[in-house]
Design a protein. Structure first.
Length: 630
């Protein structure tokens, strides 16, 4: 796994670009700690920071060019079918001087052109410069597993794996208040937008061609909106068999590595399935779990242990306290170069850090919840669509429930919170209900919080784009909700979190559930195969029931809750009150309404905190980012 960056001038040769590229590469060293190198010619400068996974020899270092010297590539990712592509190219008389997937990717695109991207199996962000025609091609994988930011103006086009590298290349740092309005609802900023005006993220499944001052973007892959013909009317039993075959094939593809490889094992269904399949092909597969000694309600290590025992893995448990999370707080905040307030990033950071001490590559179970309807909100949406007496009762009772104490930090308070949100959603149209359940705050909250209002026309346009699969749902199909989750939640929250926290520790994470052949198949199945009134992820659980301990099927789904509210009231109290949200700083900053900030600070210590932990955490993340980057 690696980091990339580059400059493309529209107005002739660049002046001394090497120092800019070298500076940008300094910020990407954790993505690629082994070798940093650059290619600077005429109007193009490319930089690469390497973490060696396939062909660790010096011959595979990047930037990498072909024998003619006319084509050069920088690349971040893995192409799992590179050996098959290499064989096809050799059949056409094309020779190779390395065993790397980098050389295969370069020569495949030279041979096939941009259309060849659609035959790649893997995850990637790359750039290829062609000296002959002066063009630059950049591309990103189908689901956005690997990031790619870019900026352009009349003089140049800049791109990089991370925002911090773009800043070193000289982008203007002007906050996008429309992005900020969305951030303070979702806790992240969805692609293609970013925290800065005129800085964008290349969309998943897209590539760009930059040539002669022109930029052309094309979509080479889209998630299937309608079932594929070959899977039409497939029976439940047949579908289970196909899922087993396709997911195992996806896991096998991701076992290719020239460095030590292992797997995350949380004790949940998703990671346990990946481990069970990988253990069929790797003797004594290394597996890794974290548990929190002082949070036994959330400690899943006993379930992970039973999976490891069943499949004879070489299992390692990292037993931590929540203070260990607090100790890595600034490491996480410092690495976050765009406001991102999913607090579970702290746990992913620690898991990645500890896993990296043993292996360089890890498999994970990410993607399954979004594909198979694994979240509470999916069951809530199913009930909202199917109706029923209880749903109707909650629809009319929710105004009264708004007055009741709600909190994530007590069993009763959390249940009241969930029922209130459900009743609230029942009174909304499908797209607005989805938005409300995806958000951590009400829609009017950023209007009250921010002094500078967002452009409302732009905000409504972005919101429509982010909800388009739910908005166009004419059949009340939960598959359309899942499709929207794949574009919005998976790409911009889950995958972003894993990429940032694993790369902060120089660990490559591979996601078998996001093999595009698996995804194409799963989205061809009716939603009734995935969820019913009794269970979520129905077909996934049934297909692999024979490979997992039965106790995994008789337990509630439990996500780890970082004890934010407790920290805000104790360890972080002084920093919040006297630094991040200090009155004079808020006033001088001119971003937030001081009255709203003061009310939020008071609510931290109230008996009915509601969702204050999420609101304060998003402010903490933003304020630390602001101090570091403005």
């Amino acid at each position: 796994m690696c980091g990339i960056c580059g400059i493309y001038s529209f107005n002739g040769p660049l002046e001394q670009p090497a120092h800019l590229i070298i500076s940008a590469l300094e910020t990407l060293k954790k993505r690629g700690p082994e070798v940093q190198a650059n290619y600077c010619r005429s109007h193009v400068a490319l930089g690469h920071s390497r973490l060696s996974i396939i062909d660790t020899s010096e011959a595979a270092n990047q930037p990498f060019w072909d024998e003619t010297g006319e084509n050069v590539i920088i690349y971040n990712g893995e192409i799992y079918n590179f050996r098959q592509l290499r064989k096809r190219l050799m059949g056409r008389g094309i020779s190779f001087r390395t065993q790397s997937d980098t050389e295969v990717l370069l020569k495949w695109i030279i041979e096939k052109g941009p259309e060849g991207i659609n035959e790649l199996q893997g995850f990637f962000a790359f750039a290829i410069f062609n000296k002959k025609d002066g063009s630059l091609l950049i591309g990103r994988d189908r689901f956005g597993i690997k990031p790619l930011f870019y900026h352009f103006d009349e003089q140049k086009f800049l791109f990089a794996s991370e925002m911090k590298a773009l800043i070193r290349l000289g982008i203007p740092k002007v906050i996008d208040y429309t992005s900020l309005q969305i951030y303070f609802q979702l806790n992240y900023i969805p692609a293609p937008w970013s925290i800065y005006e005129n800085v964008l993220k290349l969309m998943p499944g897209h590539y760009m061609v930059i040539r002669d001052g022109h930029i052309e973007a094309r979509n080479y892959y889209s998630l299937p909106i309608t079932p594929r013909q070959e899977y039409k009317d497939v029976s439940y039993e047949k579908a289970m068999g196909l899922l087993q075959e396709k997911l195992e094939a996806a896991v096998v593809k991701r076992l290719v590595s020239d460095v030590p490889l292992g797997a995350f094992l949380s004790g949940g269904i998703d990671s346990s399935i990946i481990v069970a399949l990988a253990a069929k092909h790797v003797s004594q597969l290394k597996t890794f779990s974290i548990g929190f000694r002082d949070e036994p309600m959330f400690d899943e290590t006993k379930y992970a242990r039973s999976v490891a025992k069943m499949h004879k893995t070489d299992h390692t448990e990292f037993s931590l306290t929540t203070n260990d999370l607090l100790d890595c707080l600034y490491d996480v905040l410092d690495y976050t170069d765009e406001p991102f307030a999913d607090s579970s990033a702290l746990a992913v950071y620690i898991l990645s850090r500890e896993t990296r001490s043993k292996v360089t590559v890890a498999l994970s179970g990410d993607g399954a919840d979004e594909m198979f309807a694994g979240y509470n909100k999916h069951m809530a949406e199913w009930k909202a669509q199917k109706g029923g007496m209880m749903a109707q009762i909650l629809k009319y009772l929710h105004p009264g429930m708004a007055l009741m104490p709600k909190s994530r930090h007590s069993g009763l308070g959390n249940k009241i919170r969930q029922l209130h949100r459900f009743g609230e959603g029942m009174n909304l149209e499908a797209d607005e209900r989805y938005w409300r359940w995806a958000a951590f705050t009400e829609e009017n909250y950023p209007h009250q919080l921010l002094l500078k209002p967002a452009n409302q026309d732009e905000y409504l346009y972005r919101k429509r784009e982010l909800l388009k699969y739910v908005r166009n749902n004419a059949n009340d199909s939960l598959n359309d909700v899942l499709l929207n989750d794949m574009h919005l939640v998976l790409t911009n929250d889950m995958l972003t979190k894993v990429d940032m926290m694993s790369m902060a520790n120089s660990l490559e994470v591979r996601v078998p559930f996001l093999d595009h052949e698996v995804v194409n198949f799963v989205f061809s199945l009716p939603d009734s195969y995935k969820i019913d009134k009794t269970q979520r992820k129905k077909i996934l659980k049934d297909a692999f029931r024979h490979m997992l301990p039965q106790e995994l099927y008789h337990r509630p789904k439990q996500g780890f809750e970082v004890p934010l509210l407790s920290w805000f009231r104790s360890e972080l109290k002084e920093t919040i009150l006297n630094k991040w949200l200090e009155n004079e700083f808020i006033s001088d900053q001119g971003v937030f309404n001081p009255k709203v900030i003061n009310n939020l600070k008071k609510k931290i210590f109230s008996r009915n905190p509601h969702e204050i932990h999420a609101q304060i955490w998003s402010l903490v993340v933003f304020q630390h980012w602001y101090e570091q980057n403005q």
